[in-house]
Design a protein around this ligand. Sequence first.
Ligand SMILES: Cc1cc2nc3c(=O)[nH]c(=O)nc-3n(C[C@H](O)[C@H](O)[C@H](O)COP(=O)(O)O)c2cc1C
Length: 167
Amino acid sequence: MPYILCVYYSRTGNTEKLMREIAAELKCEIVKLDDGVDRSGLGGWLRSGMQAMARRIPAVKPVKTAFPLDVYDLVIIGSPVWAGRCSAPVRSFLSQYGESLRKTAYVITRSSDVRYEEVFDQMDMYVRAPRVSAVTIRPNTVGATFWRDEFLTSIRDGGKEKADNAG
Ligand SMILES: Cc1cc2nc3c(=O)[nH]c(=O)nc-3n(C[C@H](O)[C@H](O)[C@H](O)COP(=O)(O)O)c2cc1C
């Protein structure tokens, strides 16, 4: 079995729920990113949106994992979409650690019909090699479970672009 790590940021729980489901299915380690920034309420929403638009890289606290990040065969990174971009804490994680990750796959959650697949390309800019798989999911919609399962299948198959799609 390959060593897989799930890393994510979640402000209101959507990405967290999905990443927990994915980690449970893959029976792998899961870690939540923390940048110590208060992102609650309207102020937090505005701050988060502005940081994402400005491509800010706030420091994230050191990520505590069982092994050094370059030991994992695959790191699955989960982020909410913020202002059409990946969330600031995930951008920070990628900027700090992206080069040391051997293989990556992405899970993004969003609230609109727009798929935001360009976010995958933005995330790829920080890593050594392009993603092996990615999925964009709108939580609590009919397609969400289907696309989550397609993503899991692609990961189990060794990460083909099959799940690079929308829910
Ligand atoms: C600051 C901010 C900006 C957002 N911008 C978008 C956006 O551009 N497009 C979109 O579909 N959803 C957007 N959303 C909604 C979130 O992507 C969506 O609700 C996501 O599932 C939240 O994940 P979370 O609960 O893990 O934080 C935004 C949310 C926040 C807080």
